[in-house]
Design a protein around this ligand. Structure first.
Ligand code: DX5
Ligand code: ZN
Length: 217
């Protein structure tokens, strides 16, 4: 399968947002990854519904929404109406994960479950056949520009084995601290999709970085 690159707009320059959207549209990036934070699940606040709506107006690429919020089940319709194509909810933020997964599917959206660095992949075995993606956090969520946690390599391998054992079609998406030094091993261990923020947007030639990240494909 072709590898997927999902740049995170958390690292975009919001003073020149249209320039960055245009750059992503012209690039080999596959999806737009939007990090939604509520100052409660994480110690940061980012974008709201209108931001997603405005991004949606200017791209045809899928909008991959990563909800770092408590009680995500209350806002699924709002995110769908804003233009989300995929919604990731955190395992740690859901009392009734199975119910929320099916709520997202009811709206016709693809669904992912995100797991923090301390959360075992084995906790997903009873829902792995119900979801489209597992979003493996390779940093603690909340901020871009953090260092990749090395334990993630083993986690991806274990998750890949679980997916194969269960005959699940879930794809593995890895988010946080991805750079040109580690991306190859992350893919090699079983990742299908990489999210990248600072590595792409801090470079003077972001399209070139996106092309490099896809080189393994
Ligand atoms: C962190 C976010 C990430 C972040 C990635 O909470 O989920 O998507 O923006 O940024 P980098 O690639 O800089 O770690
Ligand atoms: Zn994210």
């Amino acid at each position: 399968m072709k590898k997927i690159i999902a740049p995170s707009l958390l690292s975009a320059n919001l003073s020149f947002l249209y320039r960055d959207i245009k750059m992503l549209n012209e690039s080999e990036a596959d999806w737009f990854h939007l990090d939604i934070m509520d100052l409660s699940f994480v110690d940061n606040i980012s974008f709201g519904f209108s931001f997603i709506k405005n991004i949606k107006k200017f791209t045809h690429k899928p909008i991959d929404v990563h909800l770092m919020i408590v009680k995500p089940e209350l806002y699924i319709k709002n995110f769908k109406d804003s233009g989300a194509d995929h919604i990731h909810i955190h395992y740690e933020a859901c009392y009734h994960l199975h119910k929320t997964i099916f709520l997202i599917k009811k709206y016709g959206l693809k669904v992912g479950v995100a797991i923090n660095p301390h959360t075992s992949i084995f906790l997903l075995q009873d829902i792995i056949n119900d979801i489209d993606f597992v979003l493996v956090m390779s940093v603690n969520p909340g901020f871009s520009g953090q260092e990749f946690i090395d334990n993630t390599y083993d986690k991806i391998k274990d998750l890949k084995n679980l997916i194969l054992k269960k005959n699940s079609s879930a794809l593995i998406e890895v988010d946080g601290g991805i750079n040109l030094k580690n991306y190859f091993l992350v893919f090699k261990n079983g990742a299908d999709i990489l999210v990248s923020g600072s590595t792409i947007f801090s470079n003077s030639n972001p399209k070139n970085i996106i092309r490099k990240l896809k080189e393994i494909s």
